[in-house]
Each structure stands twice: as structure tokens, then as C-alpha cells.
Design a protein around this ligand. Structure first.
Ligand SMILES: Nc1nc2c(ncn2[C@@H]2O[C@H](COP(=O)(O)OP(=O)(O)OP(=O)(O)O)[C@@H](O)[C@H]2O)c(=O)[nH]1
Ligand SMILES: [Mg+2]
Ligand SMILES: [Zn+2]
Length: 353
């Protein structure tokens, strides 16, 4: 039988137990969340759980709902094979990001994390600005960051050395690992970071190899991985956040790749009215059009025929370059939003008038 301590329940949480405790309730850790359903892990096993009804009335923001890594108080039923979540322990540390839109609202990614592995591929995905945003995210939640560059097999040794030096210099972080899941190079040093009883979270864009790292640690292909599509637009292979228990005793949270770390700058951009350009870009011949030289580029032709000002175009290109087009893809989601659709309609009308 495991102890809660082995799952990360330490003195800090114990001091909060009295405030949450109710007779007959146990303590468990949230190991997966999929929409409204939960998996929790206790000393004996992993079982499904649901939220007690009172959560619907008591929470003020989705941040107050349990997320992966949270410690919760639960009531067991059905021979201890199911549970109802009654309370959430305060979070010792957390990873969260800003939601799209004007409000400063957050979405929880994971809680009670000792170390965040910020994963970038040293190949096409490498981006210092994005790395900085992840570092801010970790600092914000009191999580120690470690940078991991994957796919070291795809670049030369000297290129790799340059990247490592650039990272250490630019973001002043000492713990940077490079590894290859293919050749195994660098993997041993990385593995030595993993301490039993501690919780780690893998963060990074889709396709950088987060799940592949986990499969390699487990020693088998337990979790799905997928090749990245040529446009970099591939779907997220990992669909939900999940706490994985390694045999050697440490815990690792896999997350679906994120494209929306740098939301603040981008939503500023949205305010300035870049929706029109994004809408135009859907009419470009190529879906991954860079709007610089491609044939049948709707954005360029709008500049040529005066529908789009040169200033607007160049400030958009500047923003695009800065924040990586991928990270703006939440705008696509917002377009489905009806209010946003109306906004676009009226903007179009204004253009005509
Ligand atoms: N060349 C090379 N390919 C790798 C390496 N690590 C992972 N890959 C490949 O990269 C692709 C994406 O890997 P995943 O582990 O699915 O990436 P992920 O970060 O989990 O992606 P999401 O779940 O979508 O967030 C797969 O085809 C892997 O085989 C590596 O070190 N070198
Ligand atoms: Mg994955
Ligand atoms: Zn274009």
C-alpha cells in the first residue's frame, strides 16, 4: 500500500486538513480531468470521481474547481470504487494561463507541481520569446522551471551548443537539458532530475515530444504520440491533462500542447482590429500563407487595392512575427463566437460605407 506522502501529500497540506476535514471523508489526489469527470488516486487505487453539487453554487471562477494535481477531500461510495469530491486543498504551487478575451480570467493547467519542464524542440519549434512566456508562467505559480530541448538528433552538435548558450544567456536559467528521444542522448542526465514523491509537469507546444518522453520513461508506448503535420498545424495528440505515476516513484503530468501562452499581447492586437486581416487570410490560396510573397494572397491584394492600409498591414506583420502565428489561433475559436461574428459583420459594413 502506498502512503499519501508518496503521492506528494506533505506537512504543508496536513496543516490545512483540519479546516477541510469532515467525518468519514478521505483524502485523494486528482490524477485526470476530462470535462466534468475526474480520476482520483488514493493509497490503494485510481477511481472515478464527481464533484459534489455544492461546487455549482460555491465557486466564483473555474479556477476554484479541482484540476490535475489538486489534493481533495472525498466521500467514497459503491464499495470505495467511486467518489464524490467535497473540498479542494489550497494549492502550494500551480500553473495557469490567461484565458482569451478582455477579462483577466485564468485557466488552471495543474496544481502542486514541484518542477515544470518547459519543452521545446531544438528544431523548428525553438522560440526564445515563447520560452520566456513559459518561464513567467512558472514564476507566477511558484514552480521551479527546467528547460528541455528535444530532438537534438535533428541538429548538429555545434548548433545545439549555440542554442544552449543562447538560452542560458538570455533567460538566465541554469537548468537546461538537451535530449533525443530517438538516440537516447542526454536522457540519463534528464532522468536524474526525477525524485520519488515529487511532481513534474511537461509544458510546451504540440509535437515537441512531451508524451514521447513519458513513454521512454515508462519503457513502453503506453500513450499516443503523433508525427507533426508539415504545416505545423497538426492536431493535439494528447487530449487531456493526466498525472502519470512512474515506477521509480515520481509523478509526471502530461499536457496537450499549448498555443496560447502569449495571450495578453495578442488580445491587444485583436482590440486594434486585426480580425479583418485574419478573415482575409482565409481567402489566401495557401492555408499557411505568410502574406509576404505568395501568389493569390488575399491580404497582399487587399493592401494593393487599398482595402487594407499599409500601416495596418505592417503592424499586423510585426505582431505576427512577435507572437508566432500559432499562438493567435484562438482567434479562430473566437470567430465561432456569435458576438464576434456580429462584430465582423458590422466591421465589414463599415468598410463598405
Ligand atoms: N527526431 C525526433 N523526433 C521526436 C523526438 N521526440 C519525439 N519525436 C517525435 O515527435 C512527434 C511528436 O511527439 P509527441 O510526443 O506526440 O509530442 P507531444 O509534445 O506530446 O504533442 P501533443 O500531445 O500534441 O502536445 C512524434 O512523431 C515523435 O516520434 C526526438 O527526440 N527526436
Ligand atoms: Mg502528447
Ligand atoms: Zn496571404
Amino acid at each position: 500500500m502506498m502512503k499519501l506522502k508518496d503521492l506528494g501529500f506533505d506537512q504543508w497540506f496536513e496543516t490545512h486538513f483540519d479546516a477541510l476535514h469532515q467525518d468519514g471523508h478521505g483524502i485523494a489526489r486528482v490524477s485526470a480531468v476530462d470535462r466534468g469527470s475526474y480520476l482520483i488516486k488514493n493509497e490503494l487505487r485510481e477511481i472515478p470521481a464527481e464533484l459534489a453539487g455544492k461546487f455549482q453554487f460555491r465557486i466564483e471562477s473555474s479556477v476554484d474547481l479541482p484540476c490535475v494535481g489538486d489534493w481533495v477531500t472525498v466521500q467514497y461510495h459503491n464499495d470505495d470504487t467511486e467518489a464524490i469530491i467535497h473540498g479542494v486543498f489550497p494549492r502550494k504551487s500551480f500553473l495557469r494561463r490567461k484565458c482569451a478575451g478582455e477579462n483577466v480570467d485564468f485557466q488552471m493547467i495543474a496544481a502542486n507541481i514541484d518542477i515544470a519542464f518547459i519543452v521545446q524542440s531544438c528544431h523548428f519549434d525553438f522560440n526564445m520569446k515563447r520560452l520566456e512566456r513559459y518561464l513567467v508562467m512558472a514564476a507566477d505559480g511558484h514552480v521551479e522551471p527546467i528547460v528541455i530541448l528535444t530532438k537534438s538528433d535533428l541538429i548538429s552538435h555545434s548548433e545545439l551548443e549555440q542554442k544552449l548558450a543562447a538560452i542560458k544567456q538570455t533567460v538566465a536559467i541554469s537548468k537546461v537539458f538537451a535530449l533525443s528521444n530517438i538516440t537516447g542522448s542526454g536522457f540519463d542526465e534528464f532522468q536524474q532530475v526525477l525524485i520519488p514523491g515529487k511532481t513534474y509537469c511537461l509544458l510546451g507546444s504540440s509535437g515537441v515530444g512531451k508524451t514521447t518522453i513519458i513513454n521512454r520513461l515508462i519503457g513502453q508506448n503506453t500513450f499516443n504520440t503523433n508525427a507533426v503535420s508539415g504545416t505545423g498545424e497538426g492536431t493535439h495528440t494528447t487530449a487531456r491533462r493526466q498525472l502519470i505515476f512512474l515506477n521509480q516513484g515520481s509523478m509526471l503530468i502530461d499536457t496537450p500542447g499549448m498555443r496560447e501562452v502569449g495571450l495578453l499581447g495578442v488580445s491587444e492586437g485583436v482590440k486594434q482590429g486585426f480580425e479583418y486581416i485574419i478573415e482575409l487570410s482565409e481567402k489566401c490560396r495557401y492555408t499557411n500563407c505568410s502574406h509576404t510573397q505568395e501568389p493569390d494572397c488575399a491580404v497582399l491584394s487587399a493592401v494593393t487595392n487599398g482595402e487594407l492600409s499599409k500601416e495596418r498591414y505592417s503592424s499586423y506583420m510585426k505582431l505576427k512575427k512577435e507572437s508566432d502565428y500559432h499562438e493567435m489561433s484562438y482567434v479562430d475559436k473566437r470567430k465561432k463566437d456569435r458576438a464576434f461574428g456580429r462584430f465582423i459583420k458590422s466591421a465589414k459594413k463599415q468598410m463598405k460605407d
